[in-house]
Design a protein around this ligand. Structure first.
Ligand code: ZN
Length: 276
């Protein structure tokens, strides 16, 4: 019995062997993620290529440039505590009236045109961006996939040996506008990191709270438009209070409440979006 158990341990390690690596970044310190960063980026690039073929990505180069600048500003603010911030990230706008945004493994973030239309200010959109980038930096996608499916299945997936599951994952992302439902803890972590990186980037983190308020009010007026976002990012009054408390504890410094190009960006997104 003892012998059998002793043999089981190395076998379990071998399963995730190719990708075995504890997180060394500040953000992920102490977390064990059995998918290597390289594997995660490879899987993410494959998914992003397929999403580009199947989702309606806004093609306007000015929209792409603006959303990329927004995203890179948050990633740059994370350079000091995450090695993932040095890797290539991509940012896109999806033409969809839903108020949604999501991150997939490997540094890809998508904002829906419906979210950009509904946000009133630059810090509100940057708040969503910071939250989604934070999910990526904290590797919540692969972390949750491993919890849900087990490392053996996920290791096969990242190595390209499980095409059926890959197609299922891709179909899920396209249908639900999310990689999966995140836990309350993952949401709290993405909120905390999001506040921190917004502040570091010099953007008023109050945008996160303001946009939460917009979402809460839409729960009554247009519940179907926020269904996707709420199902993958559960939002509660407690969560809003936590974020407010965290913002209140930050040392005062000059923070941007706007950005000169934001109005033109919103106009271009509206113009590029399908009229419904
Ligand atoms: Zn979230």
């Amino acid at each position: 019995m003892m012998q059998a158990r002793a043999l089981l341990v190395p076998a379990a390690l071998v399963l995730g062997g190719a990708g075995l690596g504890c997180a060394t970044t500040g953000v992920n310190k102490g977390d064990v993620n059995l998918v290597s960063v390289q594997e995660e980026w490879d899987l993410g690039n494959q998914l992003a290529a397929d999403i580009a073929k199947q989702a309606k990505i806004v093609a306007d180069p000015a929209v792409k440039a603006y959303v990329s600048t927004m995203g890179e500003k948050i990633v740059a603010a994370a350079r000091h505590d995450s090695e993932l911030a040095a890797l290539p990230w991509t940012f896109d706008v999806i033409d969809d009236p839903q108020i949604n945004a999501f991150n997939i493994p490997g540094g890809h973030v998508y904002l829906y045109s419906g979210l950009i239309a509904q946000a009133r200010t630059y810090p509100e959109v940057m708040g969503v961006m910071a939250h989604e980038v934070s999910h990526g930096l904290a590797r919540h996608g692969t972390e949750n996939m491993t919890k849900q499916y087990g490392i053996a299945i996920v290791a096969g997936l990242v190595l390209g040996k499980n095409p059926a599951m890959y197609q299922e994952l891709l179909a899920n992302i396209l249908a639900n506008g999310a990689i999966m439902k995140f836990s309350r803890n993952a949401e709290r972590e993405a909120d905390d990191l999001g506040v921190h990186y917004l502040y570091e980037a010099g953007v008023n983190p109050q945008g996160i709270v303001d946009f939460f308020r917009v979402l809460m009010s839409m729960q009554q007026s247009r519940p179907s438009a926020i269904e996707q976002f709420f199902s993958s990012h559960p939002l509660t009054e407690d969560r809003i209070q936590d974020v407010s408390a965290r913002i209140g504890a930050l040392p005062p410094k000059p923070l941007a409440d706007g950005e000169p190009g934001f109005g033109a960006f919103r106009d271009r997104v509206a113009k590029a979006s399908t009229k419904r």
